[in-house]
Design a protein around this ligand. Sequence first.
Ligand code: GAP
Length: 456
Amino acid sequence: MSDEEVTTGAPETNPDEPNEAGSGSDLMEKVVGLCKRRGFIFQSAEIYGGFRSTYDYGPLGVNLLRNVKNAWWQAMVQRRDDVVGLDAAVLSPPAVWQASGHLSNFTDPLVDCRKCHQRWRQDKIDGVCPNCGSTEFTEARAFNLMFKTHAGPLEDEGAVAYLRPETAQGMFTNFVNVLQTTRKKPPFGIAQVGKSFRNEITPQNFVFRTREFEQMEMEYFVPPADAQHWFEYWLAERLNWYLGLGIPEDKIRLRHHDADELSHYSAGTADVEFLFPWGWDELEGIANRTDFDLSAHAAASGEKLDYFDPTTNERYTPYVIEPAAGATRTMMAFLLAAFDEDEVGGEARTVLRLHPKLAPYQVAVLPLSKKDTLEPLGRQVLHSLQPHFMCDYDVTQGIGKRYRRQDEVGTPWCVTVDFDSLEDGAVTVRDRDTTAQVRVPIEGLVAELQRRVSAA
Ligand code: GAP
């Protein structure tokens, strides 16, 4: 669908869903509208009226989300010799969640409004019903956020299974498998990217808090005496990761948790927070989980989940430093930070100033005219770029409109193939942010664009 055929979408809110006060802002509306209009994020099951708090990632969103996860994996696994990857099951038996403490502790305080009977998370509403304004509520009760299901054909107690509410437990239950198969020794980490599920009482703010989401988590196993050092190390590393991918310094900060905020497993947590349209809110939690999880699983399973250090002849249960980020939430933060409106040649434009490593398309190949004479060279240029970059190819409408369309989805470079290209073997490369255009020989195009990505 072309830009011109659609209007700016309204925010994707379900009237049945409670919403956080002050969450709707101009920026939020514009980004949510763009997400739908250009195929980043769609309401799930939209043709049936939408399914609460679930979203589908469209052709551009899937690229952006994948790039966020790849950038994380590259920083956390590929570029390190002390971290290995894992992809554990989403379904797991109650024993895992009994030992981890999630069955008893992974709860939010749920209250019902006595007037309109809407249900709310008590700690999010400041004592006033966001729906009807009443201040009369039922007593708060602990609502467990885990999704419960049954594995197999019998729906009895013995068949109960849970969808994981965090990827972390897979790293703990596989600790010995990884230790034995990789011969790593503390300090070392296990990283995982994947879906997690929480039956959130009040999912809200688009993909900020949903019931199905993706996490990027790493469990870093260290000698207990070194835990504080590694906690501080990972705070700095993680903050720099966001800065390096273009989140401005004034939109990101670290916030240390007070003692009464700590999760049941944590001896210290700091959040990486982003300045969302509704205020500072969490992107990632970095926690010192101590030996809580390994000790709990060792006690419950009867397996030894510790480490014998042959250099000191000591056996110990490692402490764990955990940087735990949300992939979908982080993608939203990158979109919000990148959204901009400016003027080019006296015309208003919307531009997503996404880092080239994150942009859904790094390059768009745009033959100047639809005429058959430019098509073969246009396709040849496209095919030479595709092994190296995610590319779009667009021949519809005038070149100005095509540039605007690419600006709006964050494509850093447009490559225009024109009639001179047939003669001089060169193309025009246009930069999204400066709109500067330079002529580049087709021969050196891949190298030039790779240089630009690396320099970004
Ligand atoms: N293993 C630790 C853990 O799961 P968490 O702070 O509950 O810690 C980590 O979650 C990150 O996962 C959060 O900082 C957030 O980015 C993301 N996240 C958590 N719940 C989410 C939800 N309902 N929707 C979207 N992202 C969520």
